[in-house]
Design a protein. Sequence first.
Length: 166
Amino acid sequence: MDSTIDTRALIDPVDSEAMAKAPAYHRAPSARLFIGLIAGVVVVVVAGFVLLGTVSSASRGGSGPTPLLGIGLLAAAAVAVVAVLSWRTRRIKRFRLSQFAAANGMTYTADLSYPPFPGMIFGIGSSRQATDVLRGARPRPVEFGNYRYTVRHGKSSTTHHWGTSR
């Protein structure tokens, strides 16, 4: 009985061609990307209003573009870069985990809403989500992953995280 675990997929360089051919969940943009893009749009809109105010004041004899315009545009660019890097990092992580699972006779599930697991924490709260779930059946059943749920307390809420990373 071979009890070694093949960890190469977690540490070796990522094969870009193999990742391009991987299942769609490796390529799907995450919620963080959309949040980042929405924040970027908000920053650009605010920068636009600042620009309109600057142009309006300049036409009335003002001093020209304000530093706020440059700051707004830099912030929009920073948000876009962070969103793209976050999406790329998540994509690589999912690819590595799926390759690790395949190399070790396991299955990989990227996201699982309201997972039907036994145990107290899996019936508490709302927005229950399991992510990066690895399942193996041999030599005995085992399951690893991350889990989060939200509990509301009046107008406030607390999100609890269980697992290795957020």
